[in-house]
Design a protein. Structure first.
Lengths: 209, 209
DNA sequence: AGCTAGTTTAAACACCCGTTTAAAATAGCG
DNA sequence: CGCTATTTTAAACGGGTGTTTAAACTAGCT
């Protein structure tokens, strides 16, 4: 395997686990069995490495999400909110074929990116992959047209927060849940549980104060 | 003002803004106009300072939350989920009297603590302030007894995630929202919007797969 | 084989970190 | 006042950080 990929593979596990700030290049390169300077040689800087790690997932995910959402929007009958959110499941789970534990690693990275480094990753995602967001809001708008744009703005961000936050601590939660309820559970199980939650949240009746 | 309080005041703003790992003692002490060594003299270590910052809020909040929740549980008619969640609003908003921008700062700190430093703050909160959690689950159990303990476990963590994550990026979101919808909005407004969302999420019908 | 372009390597660089030290300053009190 | 205990201070410590350097190595190709 190429040095570049060895670095990427080691980096995304460590980044997901300990955050971007919390992971040093020395940890990454020793885990990847490559020289420290290789990161700067192949990627230029740590920041560019972070972008590369995220891009590897987004380039895989983004087209699949786009087609899944546009399929829903063009269907003869208008979709339910439940269907809109379920459109995310297959593309997300396919990341597991793309890479071992790809789904949960990616979602953890997303969570890290939201809170670490003062939102530079949010800027990166919204500017580099804007279609994912516009397609999603379009689909929600069709499924729940009564929702004002502003309410939708907030509820989608709440949803983003729920997903991302849950997944970034999903390993710990799964551990606790398996101890307390001895119920075999994996990342797909968590997704199965979070979808009804966020769908109900977005579908909540509009309160007019 | 005492050196100790100057440090605490500077620390919680910086911690909320840039995370625990992302804030150095040198930033804190220069912002507080005190000597670098003062932190270790008064608090012992950075970790103890983090605990002290959180305790200052929790000691204020915890009793108020406990009484608000037990009031609800002991009412003659069983509470709705909406009421259970609204019980949080007043105690949280009272943090603004306790300290300028106390509410949003505290919630941001909570978000930081969940993701930074591999969950040591979660351990700290659940072991030092267990009553808040048990009272909350008790109240939810009364309001929605059909929910299994396991489902409740997950939905409460989803809720925690939504709140904490939303608030940790609330400033940026409020900025965007005010630009796009020119709608005056503050932290209380965000709370007003997130409550129906999480209440609906927790109240979502049970799916049996 | 000999040259070149691409890659890897060990070492050093300059800087930031949390913590400790020991001296200086400041209060508090008999 | 003079003594003691507390607090503040500047400086240093040991270690970790991302990045850069220049030399060594390794293809690939004529």
């Amino acid at each position: 395997m190429s040095t570049k990929n060895k670095i990427l593979d080691a980096a995304d596990v460590l980044f997901a686990d300990k955050g971007f700030n919390g992971t040093s290049l020395r940890e990454i390169t020793s885990q990847a069995n490559v020289n420290l300077a290789a990161v700067n040689y192949h990627f230029g800087s740590k920041k560019e490495l972070i972008k590369a790690v995220m891009s590897r997932y987004m380039d895989e995910l983004s087209p699949q999400l786009e087609s899944a959402l546009s399929l829903i929007c063009q269907a003869e009958q208008k979709p339910t909110l439940h269907e809109v959110f379920y459109a995310f499941i297959d593309p997300l789970l396919k990341l597991n074929e793309f890479k071992e534990n790809g789904t949960s690693t990616f979602l953890q990275l997303l969570g890290r990116g939201y809170t670490d480094s003062q939102g530079f990753l949010r800027w990166f995602l919204t500017t580099q992959y804007p279609n994912v967001f516009t397609n999603f809001t379009k689909a929600v708008k069709i499924a729940y047209p009564e929702l004002t744009t502003e309410e939708m703005f907030w509820r989608l961000h709440f949803t983003m927060g729920t997903i991302v936050f849950t997944m970034s601590s999903s390993e710990a939660l799964i551990d606790i849940a398996q101890n307390d309820f001895d119920n075999k559970l994996d990342i797909a199980g968590v997704i199965e549980r979070v979808i009804p939650y966020v769908a109900a949240g977005v579908a909540a009746p509009i309160t007019n104060n």
